[in-house]
Design a protein. Structure first.
Length: 237
């Protein structure tokens, strides 16, 4: 699996988004290699995550939507991270996002839970939300818990942080229903998810350079039923 480690500048995965920005690849001489953007790269102790967006609810303009990680924990208050995120888009609802996470996962997320079954491993959903209290955090663990409104998620990507590389033997991470699952390296990495329905868990595989982080905005989760929410946020916990 492609990965990021604090001890190196090796990138987690590569994301090709068109031909690059107007001030780089668009001005490059003919025959030059197009700009390659990184889906996941280090940002101090945190990360910078890039991907594509699809706004399926016309109520929200790109500038209304923020992006954050929602860490999976077993019980207790939702542990938010300080984040800065932005979404851009056009009249079709398609665009891009960038999410900068300024710190590693909270301690609560590194406790073994149903999603990981192992200490020292944290997994997070990529979430779209409207920052109702304007504090730069996704404060709600569940829709309606606070002034923030959860409005979308990534159906194909999970973010993983591991204090140590996953053992080569034993059960893998996300090996649902006997599937191969994944063995995350030390540090930050991405896992690709293939949803299999709203009542079953997704198929997980190692991230590939050709994969793209997708973020789909469907509208306020309070106004959507469980199946609609699970269509964009597959159940791993």
């Amino acid at each position: 699996m492609a990965c990021m480690r604090f001890s190196s500048a090796i990138v987690a995965a590569m994301l090709l988004l068109g031909c690059g920005s107007a001030d780089s690849a668009d001005l490059a001489p003919e025959g030059a290699t197009p700009e390659v953007r990184l889906a996941l790269q280090l940002n101090g102790e945190g990360i910078e995550l890039r991907g594509v967006t699809k706004l399926e609810d016309a109520m929200y303009a790109p500038q209304d939507v923020a992006v954050a990680l929602r860490w999976v924990i077993e019980d207790g208050p939702f542990p938010p991270n300080r984040t800065t995120g932005s979404v851009t888009g056009d009249s079709s609802g398609n665009g891009e996002f960038v999410l900068r996470v300024s710190e590693g996962p909270p301690e609560e997320a590194l406790v073994a839970n149903e999603a990981t079954g192992r200490e020292g491993v944290a997994v997070a959903y990529v979430m779209a939300y409207v920052d109702g209290n304007r504090n730069g955090l996704l404060d709600c663990r569940n829709p309606g818990d606070c002034d923030d409104a959860q409005v979308g998620a990534s159906p194909n990507t999970i973010v993983v942080y591991a204090e140590e590389a996953w053992p080569a033997s034993g059960e893998p991470l996300f090996g649902f229903s006997g599937a191969v699952g994944v063995r995350p390296p030390q540090g930050w990495s991405l896992v690709h998810l293939q949803p299999t329905g709203t009542e079953s868990r997704p198929v997980a595989r190692a991230w590939a350079p050709t994969d793209t982080v997708e973020l789909v905005v469907i509208g306020n989760f309070l106004d959507r039923d469980r199946n609609e929410r699970r269509a964009v946020q597959p159940d791993v916990d």
